[in-house]
Design a protein around this ligand. Sequence first.
Ligand SMILES: [Cu+2]
Length: 105
Amino acid sequence: MGDSHAPIGVMGDHTHNKGKLMFAYRYMRMFMDGNRDGTNNVSASSVLGSYVVTPLQMTTQMHMFSGMYGLNDTLTLMAMLPYVMKSMDHRNRAGVKFTTNASGF
Ligand SMILES: [Cu+2]
């Protein structure tokens, strides 16, 4: 397909000629706050009426490594390896706040 590419962030928009390689790195950050039930906002105290712990906010970060390789002029292989880091703040019925973290490939 030559040198034309969609904007960064648009994946799978092109192929490569035989033997051509491409590597990419992307960083993504997402912040979420509050709780919902369907389309309605739900307060933390309302959640704590039904559950012993409520989430308050969460931050997700992702390092995305990807590569492409032109197997031949009509077939391109693509692989993606995301490393995700999540952090969530909580509050329990006793008013104690705490944070949990998770990360990995
Ligand atoms: Cu490519």
